[in-house]
Every structure is written in C-alpha cells, then in structure tokens.
Design a protein around this ligand. Structure first.
Ligand code: ATP
Length: 567
C-alpha cells in the first residue's frame, strides 16, 4: 500500500492512492502552492506531477500527454505491483490555461517563479534554466568553425583492422570542436580515443580523460594506457574535472574560466545528468576539442536528463562545428547477442523471442517468481562452474586469475528485493554453491573465492568495483578488480562491500561478462523497460540466459523509458 499524506484530499489524494504521486511530490507542491498563493487543486496536481517527473528522471512534465503517458510509480523495489485505479485527469485545455495563469508559474520570458511553463511543458524553474543553458551551448558548439582540415583518417593502431565507421569518427574528432561517438559495448569507442590521441601526439596536447563515475574514469585511463604504452593520461571524475564542490552547485570552471585542456574526452556520457552536462559545456573553450563517448540506449543518469539520447535523437549537434557518429559493429560480443540487442532496440519482441528460442548462445528459461532459483539447472550449472574456477584460483593465491574467472558469469536483476531481486537470487545461489564447494559461502566471514561488490569510493577503489577474497599464505586478501588495475586490501577494511552472487543491472553498466543470467522484473513493474533489457543483454560476450515470463519480456521490449525534455 502506498503511503498517503494526511493532508492530501480530493484530486491529489486520488493521485497519491493510485501511486501516481509520492508523498514528497505532494508536500513539495503543497508548500510551493502555499508560498505562491495557488489554491486550484488541478494546478497543484500539475505542480506535484512536475516534481514527480523530475524525481523519476524527466526534466519536465508534458501537460498535453500526461494523462496517457504517466504510469504509477511503485515505491517498492520487490517487483510487486499495485492495481491501477481510474483517475480524473483534468481537461487538457482547461488545465494548460489554469497552469499558465498560476502565480507559481512563470512564462519563458517572464520573471522568476518556482515553476515555468514553456508550451505544454511544465518545469521547475531551475531545470528550465539549465536546459536553456545547455541548448545555447549546444547551439554555440554547432556554430564553431572546424579546428582542422584533414581529409583522411590516420592509420589504425598497429594490429587493428581498417574500419570506415571508426575512420569517420577519428576524422571528425581531429577536425571538429565537438564530436559525439555513440555505440554499444565493444564497438571501439576507447580504441578510437587512443587513435585520436596518437594522431595528435606531435602537438603535445593537454588532455583530460573524464567520466561520471570514478570506476568509469579509471577504466578509460587504463584502456587508453594499454593502447598507448608510455602515455600518462590520467582519468578523473567529471565532478573533479570541473572543480565541483560537494553539496553545492558551484563549479570552478565555466565561461569565464574555461578548462585548461586542448582535448577533453568524456566516457559513459549517457550517465551524465542535465546539470552536469550544462556545466561541462559551459567550461569548454572554443579551441578545445570535446569528445563525448557513450551508448544512448543504455540506462540513463539517475538524475534528471537523458542528454546523450536527446542529442542523438534530435540532431542537436551538427556541422560545421560538431558531428555525431554512431558505431554499430560490436567486436567483443558474438553476433547472436548483437542480433538480440538489435531486435530489442528495434522494439521487435517477436524477433527477439525467436532469437532466444533458436540461437545457440541465447536461452529463455520460464520463471514466474515462485521457488528457489538454485533449482533452475541452467543457473546452477553456470554459477557453479564459475564459482569453482574463482575458488581454485583464490586458493592458489592468484587474484588476477580469480577476478578473470569472476567475470565469466554474472546474475543480473532489475530489482534489489523480492522474488525477482538481487538479494533473493544472490542468497539462493550462494547457498547452493556452498553445498557443492568445501569452504565456500560463509557470509559473515571472508572465505577464499568470496566475490564482493564495493559500494564506496576511496583512493584504492571506486563504488562499483568488484573484488575476490584470495588466500595468501596464512592470510586472506581482497583483490580489487578496479578499472585501473588490481589493488590488494585487507577484507576487514572493506566495510562497504556486499556479497556479489548477483548484482543490479544498473550497477553492471560499464562492465562485460562472458555469460549473463538476466532476471526480468515481473509484468507491471515500472523497471521493465527496453533500456533495462538492452543494458542487461549487452553485458554478455558469449551467452545470455533470460529468466522470466515471455509476457514480461515482450513488455520490456515494447516499453522505452519515457524521459520528457524540451531539448
Ligand atoms: N578496428 C579494429 N580492429 C580490430 N579490433 C578492434 C578494432 N576496434 C576495436 N577493436 C577491438 O574491439 C574490442 C572493443 O574495443 P573498445 O574497447 O575500444 O570498445 P568500446 O566501445 O570502448 O567498448 P566498451 O564501451 O565496452 O569499453 C577491443 O578488444 C578492441 O581491441
């Protein structure tokens, strides 16, 4: 049952009861309405829904389509689904004009008020300003003159094949102030960055490598370092690059103090929020090459905005100053997984299910939420084989090999709790493995072969890094598989680590595994989206097994994440 604020009555109460509004949406809208003297329940509803949309990752609420687009926002993380109640949506025309006339709402050219209405889009004013700022910056970068006039791309790095799409991306980045290179995992984005930096080496450019998370920044640094031995490019988080202060909206770099680099490369751009993207673009000088890498189809930033997807979809960066190049050839995963990912992206559930039924490396296993996951033979086989290999390396003290074995198989789930959640599946698999492997699975004490997921940042590791506990002589050591190479830590110091027999699909972004077992959320779960499914299946290189119902699978394929924005 949803929590209903006591103060909620009438129209707003019915929306709270239907899980369309969370108490925080209600309270914020009520407070702002009181401050501005707004008493119309329909306008208050619009304000509450606009704050709800922001909380769920959209930048604004579209009043024209809200009644058809918005779905209940289940508070639970166990996949349980509340029955939908019929709702009395305001008449759209009347709604729009009463919102426009509200003292809480400003028009685009108007004074400052908590909300702003732009066409049928209702924003919290701050986000409207950020979006305008970003749109202006994108426009500005589009209008810049090219920085070079190379006609042909430089040679591929030694040992790599010629690839026309990669050539196009390299050439764009060498000539233009702004290049966006999009593509799924393994399409060569990092390889291209190394090739660009190699081609610019004669100019000794000042280079910044950045990403939204410490882990992704470390991975970029280490991949580029491997491709360009002897180079000393350091990766850093975007927050650090921009000189952002914790718990404040201040950043050190901006239009009057641009970043002191000739080339700025940002990886995992799909995870960058609207605000951070606006800050980044404001801080890039006209002479600096900006190279944005990412996969717009994977899960987006947890904060508001899906900027990379908006840029690609709406053609917001164009010549003469900018170019978007999409890479399609995945060189890491097998072709069958590529075909499944394409069918998911195309919204073609029947083709995707056909692939799962007919292709050798793809499997669909019926699971409807009942019973112990360990009883599913395919799951037990995959998990046990990988755990046995991890354990044998861990007992021999080989942390590198143990971490490699840990990447052989991963269970990925949308939910954390409940019968479809990471907790339930992870615990079941750990118990099952412990019955088969001596010395395995004592949850409260470290044991050789114990897989861990780190949930904190430090100098030695980043949130999202994984580790394996390894025996070294008489001691146990956690070998952290950080993006930038192995780190050894006393397991007792890893307070913020959790058991890793399963992980959320969200946390798996940026990693790949030989085989993945994907636990689908149940039908009706708000997490059941195309992006979630695409992200999960593209984590695999060699084998994908989906656990769930066909109906849930088809729903996921048919449901792209809805993120409203004015971009
Ligand atoms: N032109 C090429 N010829 C041969 N192999 C290539 C080529 N481009 C990339 N590869 C190989 O494909 C694999 C994936 O490349 P890369 O890591 O650059 O992709 P990516 O898009 O950055 O992937 P991710 O986002 O998952 O890190 C690497 O093993 C790389 O060596």
């Amino acid at each position: 049952m949803n929590e209903i604020p006591i103060a909620a009555t009438g129209l707003l109460r019915s929306f709270c009861e239907a899980a369309m509004l969370h108490p925080v949406d209600f309270h914020l809208a009520r407070r702002l309405s009181q401050l501005c003297g707004e008493s119309d329940p329909e306008v208050q509803l619009a304000l509450a829904l606009a704050t709800r949309e922001l909380r769920l990752g959209s930048v604004c609420l579209d009043l024209d389509t809200a009644a058809t687009d918005l779905t209940p926002d289940s508070d639970s993380d166990d996949g349980s689904v509340e029955p939908a109640a019929p709702l009395a949506w305001p008449d759209p025309e009347r709604w729009l004009s009463s919102v426009a006339a509200s003292p809480a709402v400003a028009q685009p050219g108007g004074d400052s008020r908590p909300f702003r209405l732009d066409g049928s889009l209702l924003y919290l004013d701050r986000y409207w300003r950020q979006e305008r700022r970003l749109a202006d910056q994108l426009d500005h970068r589009t209008g810049l003159a090219p920085l070079g006039d190379r006609r042909t791309a430089p040679q591929p790095l030694p040992g790599l094949d010629a690839d026309p799409q990669q050539d196009e991306a390299v050439l764009a980045a060498l000539n233009l102030p702004t290049t966006v290179i999009t593509g799924g995992p393994g399409t060569g984005k990092t390889t291209i960055v190394a090739r660009i930096l190699a081609a610019l080496a004669d100019e000794s450019p000042r280079v910044a490598l950045a990403a939204p998370t410490g882990r992704a920044a470390g991975q970029l640094e280490s991949s580029v370092g491997q491709l360009l031995p002897g180079s000393e490019f350091r990766g850093q988080t975007l927050h650090r690059l921009l000189g952002a202060r914790p718990r404040s909206h201040h950043v050190d770099y901006g239009p009057n103090n641009p970043l002191p680099y000739d080339v700025v490369v940002v990886d995992e751009t799909s995870m960058v929020s609207l605000e951070l993207m606006a800050d980044l673009l404001s801080a890039i000088g006209d002479e600096t090459r900006l190279i944005l890498l990412g996969d717009p189809h994977q899960l987006r930033s947890v904060e508001a905005g899906a900027v990379l997807a908006d840029i690609e979809r709406a053609g917001l960066l164009r010549e003469p100053g900018a170019r978007v190049v999409r890479l399609r050839r995945n060189r890491r995963s097998n072709l069958e997984i590529g075909a499944l990912a394409e069918a998911v992206l195309a919204g073609d559930a029947s083709a995707a299910l056909d692939h799962l039924d007919s292709l050798e490396s793809l499997n669909f296993v019926a699971f409807s939420g009942a019973g112990d996951p360990w009883a599913l033979p395919s799951l037990a086989d995959d998990a046990l084989a990988a755990a046995a290999e991890v354990q044998s390396h861990a007992l021999r003290g080989d942390g590198v090999a143990a971490n490699r074995a840990l990447r052989r198989h991963r269970i990925l789930a949308g939910h954390r709790e409940g019968p479809y959640g990471v907790g339930h599946w992870g615990a079941s698999v750990r118990r099952g493995i412990a019955q088969k492997l001596d010395g395995y699975g004592h949850d409260t004490h470290p044991y050789p072969g114990q897989p861990l997921l780190i949930l904190a940042n430090s100098d030695l590791f980043s949130n999202g890094d994984t580790a394996v506990v390894v025996r070294e002589g008489t001691r146990l050591t956690a070998h952290v598989d950080s993006g930038s190479g192995p780190r050894l830590i006393d397991p007792a110091l890893l307070d913020d680590a959790t058991d890793l027999h399963a992980m959320t699909i969200h946390k798996s972004q940026g990693s790949q595994f030989s085989a993945v077992s994907v636990v689908l959320p149940p039908q009706g779960s708000p997490l059941l989206t195309r992006e979630l499914l695409y992200t999960a299946v593209t984590r695999a290189r060699d084998k994908v097994t989906i656990y769930g119902t066909r109906e849930a699978f088809a729903d996921a394929v048919a449901t792209p994440v809805r993120r409203a924005s004015g971009l």
